[in-house]
Design a protein around this ligand. Structure first.
Ligand code: C5P
Length: 219
């Protein structure tokens, strides 16, 4: 039987850093579920999809084909065969993705695709609802948290090189806004699965987090 590691938590908690390191160490496939929502949000932005119009949303979803090609445990995602891994990290997408990911039609389709990816392989998947909605029977579930200020600083360091005008305050606000939307939406809101292990990494190095996670996957 294959193993599924579900890593959920707030935005910029270090989920993807841990998930990638874990997948690499264990030789599992890494799936960045947030990248899928971001790619959908990018398509919606480019095509001016009206989020209130469920017909438009459903039609758009039929035209979206996402693919991961994970050659090096980084996120490489294509949207209709175009590499969009860089563009999905920019502010326009970050600002619209929570509203897009709150849509029922969008979640239903993404969850279906995510479940398909976990059917045949050992995987580490990170996101917001992996342990609750996508894989309620995951082998190991980790729920990550960290101090909001530390999270904003980490994200700022990541974004600043590619977004010269960005400020720490903006990043903090964007995170707070996404947390609010992610935890209050009707469709599978972000919450800890009852059987998820909590990992607060405010004061932990990536190596320490990896040790912790490995000890849970290979007790
Ligand atoms: O993980 P990341 O910050 O890239 O995710 C972008 C957004 O996608 C999140 O803010 C959240 O709104 C949405 N998301 C989600 N469910 C997931 C993963 C991401 O709703 N499993």
């Amino acid at each position: 039987d294959h193993i599924i590691v579900a890593i959920d938590g707030y935005s910029s908690c270090g989920k993807s850093t841990l998930a990638k390191a874990l997948a690499k160490k264990l030789h599992f496939v890494y799936v960045d579920s947030g990248a899928m929502y971001r790619a959908v949000a990018l398509y919606f932005l480019r095509n001016n999809i009206d989020l209130q119009d469920s017909r438009q949303v459903a039609d758009a979803l039929k035209k979206i084909h996402l693919n991961f090609h994970s050659r090096d445990y980084e996120t490489h995602i294509t949207l209709n065969d175009e590499e969009v891994s860089g563009e999905i990290r920019l502010m326009p997408v970050s600002e619209s993705v929570s509203a897009v990911s709150a849509l029922h039609e969008v979640r239903t389709e993404m969850v279906k695709q995510q479940q398909r990816m976990g059917r045949s392989k050992n995987i580490v998947m990170d996101g917001r609802d992996i342990g609750t909605a996508v894989f309620p029977d995951a082998t190991v579930k980790i729920f990550m948290t960290a101090d909001p200020k530390v999270r904003a600083e980490r994200r700022f360091k990541e974004l600043a090189p590619k977004n010269p005008d960005i400020t720490l305050e903006e990043v903090f606000e964007n995170l707070a806004h996404r947390d609010y939307q992610d935890t209050t939406r009707k469709e599978s809101p972000l919450r800890r699965a009852a059987d998820a292990i909590i990992l607060d990494n405010t004061d932990l190095t990536p190596a320490e987090q990896l040790m912790f996670a490995l000890s849970k996957v290979e007790p």
